[in-house]
Write a protein that binds this ligand. Sequence first.
Ligand code: PLP
Length: 364
Amino acid sequence: PAPLRHYNFSAGPAVLPESVLEEAGRNLMSLGDTGVGVMEHSHRGKPFVEIIERAEALIRKLANVPDGYSVLFLQGGASLQFAMCPMNFLPDGGTADYLMTGSWSKKAAKEAKLYGNPHTACSSEATNFDRIPTPAETTYSDDPAYVHFTSNNTIFGTQFPTEPTPPGDAPLVCDASSDILSRPLDISKYGLLYAGAQKNLGPSGVTLVVMRDDLLERKCREVPAMLDYKTYVEGKSLYNTPPTFGIYVLMLVLDWIEKEGGLTAVADRNETKATKLYDYLDGSDLFKPTVAKGNGRSLMNVCFVTGNDETDAAFIKFADERGLKTLKGHRSVGGMRASLYNAFPPAGVDKLIEAMEEFEASRS
Ligand code: PLP
């Protein structure tokens, strides 16, 4: 019989752990023995308050969040954070530095233009964002309001090996949408870190924000309550109705990460999966990775091409027929993209490599 589930290489929304889906399914009609489904509970009631508190506690534990930071659950995706960050922290006409490593960085900087002057501290756009610029290629402005970077570039398959170091006391702001909790990270280096949940954390509709509380003192203008970080800090993310079901699933995913052994164990597994695939690609005559070794290869999104659009399309179809789904690359890179987030099973990488070998053999 056909398996119930295929290998899903989607860049997001993306694969979730099966144990999480099963547990969520069991609680749809009744959360535990409450007799009320998990998404039917009031966000002010004890069962949901326990869920959101547990989600926060797990983030704090897994990511080792220091005191003085808030863990917040927002809506609007990472895209709203592109706007909320400058809206709150970029004074009129002020400068903020952006490390331009892909389309998402560009979109983030575009929102900053509404308020001030985003300064391009570095960019790999000239070579279609095929690498992460080195610190030596990065020039910060004198006194930026903050420094913004995209830790993993979902579309182009590049990832910062380590955090950039901002000048002076400029807070580091990070869009970590596509590699959040995929490896250990030192939160104390960040002022503001945000991530849409739909890749490594859960379903779409929840945005995780981890913010150093003293940033609130840098607020530079009045903004509507729903766009003000202070509202979420003071209201513990319960100023209005939060995305309760999304936060519940996120909590289950965090539980799963903990059971898997935490971020170090998850990072090891991610590294093994991606390295296996890159090793195969480096040795293949037909398939070529789009990011060269040493240029910041992403462990989350592995992009590769054959160099011929028709062959790419034929392979995508060939793989799809074998239950390897959503391998088509983003249109700005073309070819294929295998997204290997935390919950992507290692066996799926083996299946993909087998399919590539078979396809390559069938054409030679
Ligand atoms: N930033 C990155 C790195 C992404 O990969 C994405 C979506 O794929 C976004 C931002 C946009 O996120 P959202 O759709 O949650 O607004």
